[in-house]
Design a binder for this molecule. Structure first.
Ligand SMILES: [Zn+2]
Length: 381
């Protein structure tokens, strides 16, 4: 299949996490036809759905470039708000509409077609692989992380990875992501003493203590940022108290906040800062505090060098723009690859990702295929 045809075929599969709806079979068939050796990995874990994954490779030895991606998509949301059936891959005015068009089935099609074109015209001196999970938009427990563990047990070694997530804000070729911030969530629970609001002397209001703690936390200036990263940022995302009425001081209160942090911090340093603030607030009081921490991603940065330059110059040559090397945005499976190899992210425009009427321009898909092809030429020369 050529790149637009393959994109559409992938969109037709209703692969909402963790359902794969034949999408990996389709991809495996396409890759096998080109000569890839395909392996499937089905993983299970308690409390999460089973997930199917695909690792496909062609060639042997170093250098080994891997393309990381996901075939799963987020739910369509309000289906009546869509202009077209989200799983019909409708083409209109030079664009293709559908769930996963931007994030990130088109990029997978672009990469597959780039490799096909490359090996038709060149002798491959190294290895090209694709690591495709169907669990990126979900818990990400039975996906990329476990596939990497398994293939490394089998003796694979990846040197470089390009993750095809949508990285460009408005135009293809604007941004290459060379790192990502970490993501750290804390849930603070403060217990006081419930009672009548008219008799505060017999109560202990947990909201008073919680809001003081949260105020101290959002007033923190964690750092000034680095050459490659913006300053670390804290956002409170939820505040609630135990059920009651307007004349009842609640028994407990809970606040949740998330920190997107750069390489100046670690999970440990953040826990230390937060613990100190909480302890300062509750010591010598009858409040009881309880905190849950969840560090879902650590920050990473791929050093600017040969690999990042290959991606940037390939993009610049095709698009005529000058791609910026950045670390902005959310997390992706690059956070798992970073423990094994150098990794950068480059893909389509992310503006309509996860939205109603998600779409991409057909020309952008073709250009992305040409950029990936150029990356392969530069990488193996
Ligand atoms: Zn994605």
């Amino acid at each position: 299949m050529e790149v637009i045809e393959l994109t559409k075929a992938l969109i037709l599969c209703q692969s909402v996490t963790p359902k794969n709806d034949g999408v990996l079979d389709l991809l495996e068939k396409e890759l096998s036809n080109i000569g890839f050796d395909c392996r499937r990995y089905l993983f299970s874990d308690s409390n999460t759905p089973d997930v199917d994954n695909l690792f496909a490779k062609i060639g042997s030895g170093a250098p080994h470039i891997c393309f990381g991606g996901h075939t799963d998509v987020v739910p369509v949301g309000d289906i009546d708000a869509w202009s077209f059936d989200p799983f019909n891959a409708t083409e209109k005015d030079g664009k293709v509409y559908g769930r996963g068009a931007s994030d990130m089935k088109s990029a997978i099609a672009a990469f597959v077609c780039a490799v096909k074109e490359y090996i038709e015209n060149n002798e491959l001196k190294g290895t090209v692989s694709l690591l495709i999970t169907n669990d990126e938009e979900g818990p990400a427990i039975n996906g990329t992380k476990k596939v990497l563990e398994e293939i490394y047990k089998d003796g694979e070694k990846i040197d470089s990875c390009i993750v095809g997530e949508p990285t460009c804000p408005n135009k293809l070729g604007e941004m290459v992501k060379i790192g990502r911030r970490g993501s750290f969530t804390a849930k603070i629970n403060i217990t006081g003493k419930q009672g009548h609001v008219a008799y505060p002397q017999w109560t202990l209001n947990p909201i008073d203590s919680l809001t003081q703690i949260l105020n101290s936390i959002i007033s923190l200036k964690l750092d000034e940022g680095t050459e490659d990263f913006p300053p670390s940022n804290i956002e409170i995302v939820k505040i609630k108290s135990s059920d009651g009425a307007s004349n009842v001081v609640p028994q407990s209160a809970e606040g949740i906040f998330n920190i997107r942090y750069n390489v100046k911090h670690s999970k440990e340093s953040l826990i230390k800062i937060i613990d100190t603030i909480i302890n300062e607030q509750v010591k010598n009081t009858d409040y009881v505090s309880n905190v849950d921490y969840n560090n879902s991603a650590e920050p990473f940065l791929t050093k600017k060098g040969n690999f990042t330059e290959i991606i940037k110059t390939s993009s610049d040559e095709i698009t005529g723009l000058s791609a910026e090397l950045t670390t902005t945005g959310g997390t992706s499976d690059a956070r798992f690859f970073k423990d094994y190899c150098e990794v950068a992210e480059f893909g389509l425009i992310g503006e309509t990702a996860h939205q109603i009427d998600e779409h991409v321009k057909l020309q952008d898909i073709k250009n992305l295929k040409d950029i990936y092809l150029l990356v392969l030429y530069k990488y193996f020369n």
